[in-house]
Design a protein around this ligand. Structure first.
Ligand code: RB5
Length: 152
């Protein structure tokens, strides 16, 4: 699978570790920035938006976003119409975010989860499939909110 990665300075180390981990599993990983862990003035909305737009454009199928908490970067990604990003600190939510919510982005906090837990979380996320059915109708209702605000 083609996977886009994005992080601010707080998430760069974990991002690179996960890119290596998922590349070893055969995924094609692309880094959409940021790149400098010492640039503490960088801004999480930039890579969050880039990963979301890459998914929307079809460059990559899914994404991984990381900042200190996973929150700011996921909030930015979720502003791109059609994108659903979920902050996950454990694998159950990561799996359900795909199975029931058809999320394309798993977001994590590098100051919240450690490397090994993050690996289990991405395994759960990328190992799950959307179940459709009644869940599709609910995801469609989320999309309808975007349409109602002229965002699609
Ligand atoms: C940066 O210090 C921090 O605010 C950022 O990584 C993230 O946690 C924001 O949501």
């Amino acid at each position: 699978m083609k996977i886009g990665f994005g992080s601010d300075h707080a998430g760069i180390e974990l991002k690179l570790q996960l890119m290596e981990y998922l590349t070893a599993q055969g995924h094609e990983c692309t880094d959409y920035g940021n790149y400098d862990p010492n640039d503490r003035g960088d801004d999480y909305p930039v890579p969050g938006r880039k990963v979301a737009e890459a998914i929307r454009a079809g460059e990559v199928e899914k994404g991984v976003t990381i900042c200190g908490t996973g929150l700011g970067i996921s909030l930015a990604a979720n502003k791109v119409p059609g994108i659903r990003a979920c902050v996950c600190s454990e694998p159950y939510t990561a799996a359900m975010s795909v199975r029931h919510n058809n999320c394309q982005i798993v977001s994590m906090g590098a100051r919240v989860v450690g490397r090994e837990l993050a690996k289990v979380i991405v395994d759960a996320f990328f190992g799950s499939e959307f179940e459709g059915g009644r869940h599709a109708a609910r995801v469609d209702m989320i999309t309808q909110i975007e349409k109602d605000y002229g965002m699609q």
